[in-house]
Write a protein that binds this ligand. Structure first.
Ligand code: ADP
Length: 552
């Protein structure tokens, strides 16, 4: 802006200078021409007086270099010419000033040289004898005057230009300085130029509007970030070219997209092939979904096109962790298959024995033995069905749990009492140690935990073995420990014995009346209480299983 003002001032100054110079010269030229013409007239009158008195002798006696003097008689013949030129009579009689002088007594005219470099002024006066005396004078034309004074004019022009530059530079800086000093945050705080006040007020109101819009946008973005940031599902928003617009924390974690920034092409990330396929489908306007495995977990990707003005402007991808769902699905399938298999075996035995009895193929003395087999297989079936019911109850109860104060020491003592006959039968000694420990829990499920652990400790024990049950309060919470001196569990089975229907030795488990569901019930019930189960076991020495119930 400063430059522009500077240039404008310079241009104006120089234009005004030239225009003034030309006008000034024009006016002066005109004025001096008139003065010269008047002088010429006066000189002509003087000369005419002299010639009237002395005739040609007056003219010849004149010392004159300035004027061209011509004397013409009434017929147009030249009586005297100061330039001694031979000019025909017709030429002179046709000249305007001479013709007018003959007619009116006085005449004058102006004339230019061939190249307009000079101007001639003529003044003619009629004498008493009827002849005409004419005086002519030279004068430079304006262009010639300019050429003649070029040096001086150039010097003046140079001074004028320098002065213009200096003044223009100073003035332009002075004009612009207040504009540069306007505080854009507070445009109306200082009075700069009155003419700018409406503009500054407008600027201020625009600024206020922008601030409000910015604040609203920030608030919206913060709200959006808070909502999407706290989502456990992943959210990715891409434009229709695959450029990342937004991604929430969960999606960054799931997709390992820490290295990508908003505004970059999302598919520049490695291992995004499945997401790219979904994106391509959605960009063509279709909603699509897919289940993919990332870092040993299963995720469902849902991609939907974002439409604006009937066109797909982007794609929103939601990522759900379906690992538990898929696992539960798989477990349910396996469980159904296992249940059918487990139920089928005792049912087949019962049906086989019963068929033999029905067809009278069993000797009378063997009937009690066959009946006993049917009885024990039926019992097995009952145990199995009871355990299955207990497990499905656990699944249901995980949704509507009712906690109450339970003294687990008393519960353990009651269970030990109920298991005494079984222990005696196996020649196993049961002992209890512990103070009163009260926890918040579900009595039925806590019973399931203690019963199954003690039952296993007796079942998988050796004759003359022992089972010690302890209940105590520790810093981590209430701890129930069931320790036996039984057969132990090989290390490779430690992880899996809590799975449904998993048994280390299937035939031994069946022999001792196991269903393969006891420890599953323990694990499930412990989970309902946020309890952790710890197993330590050495083959041939014994097993110790402890359950820690954290304090709420
Ligand atoms: P089961 O009804 O067959 O006992 P569980 O789920 O209770 O089923 O136990 C799973 C398997 O873990 C058992 O079949 C057994 O092989 C092993 N097991 C459980 N508890 C003990 C223990 N105290 N000592 C040795 N083995 C055990």
């Amino acid at each position: 802006m400063t430059k522009r003002i500077f240039r404008s001032i310079c241009l104006v100054a120089i234009t005004v200078f030239f225009a003034s110079l030309i006008l000034f010269m024009g006016v002066l030229y005109d004025y001096f021409s008139k003065v010269q013409q008047d002088q010429l007239k006066a000189q002509t009158a003087l000369a005419a007086h002299g010639v009237n008195l002395q005739g040609k002798a007056y003219l010849e006696g004149l010392k004159n270099d300035d004027y061209h003097i011509t004397w013409i008689d009434a017929d147009g013949n030249v009586i005297y010419d100061s330039d001694k030129k031979e000019i025909g009579a017709e030429d002179y009689l046709q000249r305007e000033e001479i013709a007018t002088a003959f007619k009116e007594g006085y005449g004058e005219s102006k004339d230019y040289s061939t190249w307009f470099t000079e101007r001639y002024l003529y003044s003619a006066q009629k004498l008493s004898d009827g002849s005409v005396l004419r005086l002519g004078a030279n004068q430079y034309t304006v262009p010639m005057l300019l050429v003649g004074t070029a040096q001086s004019i150039s010097a003046i022009l140079l001074i004028a230009v320098i002065l213009s530059l200096l003044l223009a530079s100073g003035i332009s800086k002075k004009i612009v300085q207040p504009l540069n000093e306007i505080d854009l945050d507070e445009p109306t705080a200082d009075k700069v130029y009155e003419e700018l006040t409406p503009l500054l007020h407008r600027l201020r109101s625009q600024q206020n509007k922008l601030k409000k819009q910015d604040k609203a946008l920030r608030r919206q973005r913060d709200e959006f970030d808070t909502v999407t940031g706290s989502m456990s599902e992943g959210l990715v928003l891409l434009n229709n070219e695959g450029v990342l617009i937004t991604i929430n924390r969960a999606a960054v974690g799931i997709l390992g997209a820490q290295s990508i920034a908003v505004g970059e092409n999302f598919f520049s990330l490695p291992n995004m092939a499945s997401l790219e396929e979904l994106f391509e489908e959605s960009v063509s306007g279709k909603r699509s979904e897919k289940i993919v495995e990332i870092s040993e977990r299963k995720y469902q990707l849902d991609a939907s096109p974002v439409l604006s003005g009937g066109k797909v402007s982007g794609v929103v991808v939601l990522i759900f962790d379906v690992t538990e769902k898929a696992l539960a699905e798989q477990m349910r399938r396996e469980f159904s298959a296992n249940v059918s298999h487990e139920l089928k075996t005792p049912l087949h035995s019962i049906s086989g024995y019963a068929e033999l009895l029905k067809n009278g193929m069993v000797k009378t003395e063997d009937v009690p033995q066959f009946s006993n087999c049917i009885y024990s297989e039926a019992h097995r079936l009952i145990d199995l069905v009871e355990d299955i019911i207990r497990l499905s109850n656990l699944d249901e109860e995980s949704n509507k749990v009712q906690y109450e104060k339970v003294d687990i020491s008393n519960l353990a003592k009651d269970i030990i009492k109920s298991l005494e006959p079984q222990a005696k039968k196996k020649d196993v000694n049961l002992s209890f140690e512990g103070a009163d420990v009260v926890i918040d829990g579900i009595p039925q499920q806590l019973h399931g935990i203690i019963y199954n652990l003690c039952d296993n400790a007796i079942k998988y024990n050796k004759p003359k073995g022992s089972v010690s049950i302890t209940v105590q309060n520790t810093q981590e919470g209430a701890v129930l420990t069931v320790k036996d001196t039984g057969i132990g569990i090989p290390k490779e089975h430690h992880e899996r014995i809590f799975e449904r229907f998993y048994r280390v030795d299937k035939s031994h488990s069946k022999e001792v009346g196991g269903t393969g569901l006891g420890l599953s019930i323990v694990k499930h019930a412990a989970k309902l209480h946020n309890a952790t189960v710890k197993l330590e076991s050495t083959v041939g020495i014994g097993t110790e299983i402890s359950v820690t119930f954290p304090f709420f």
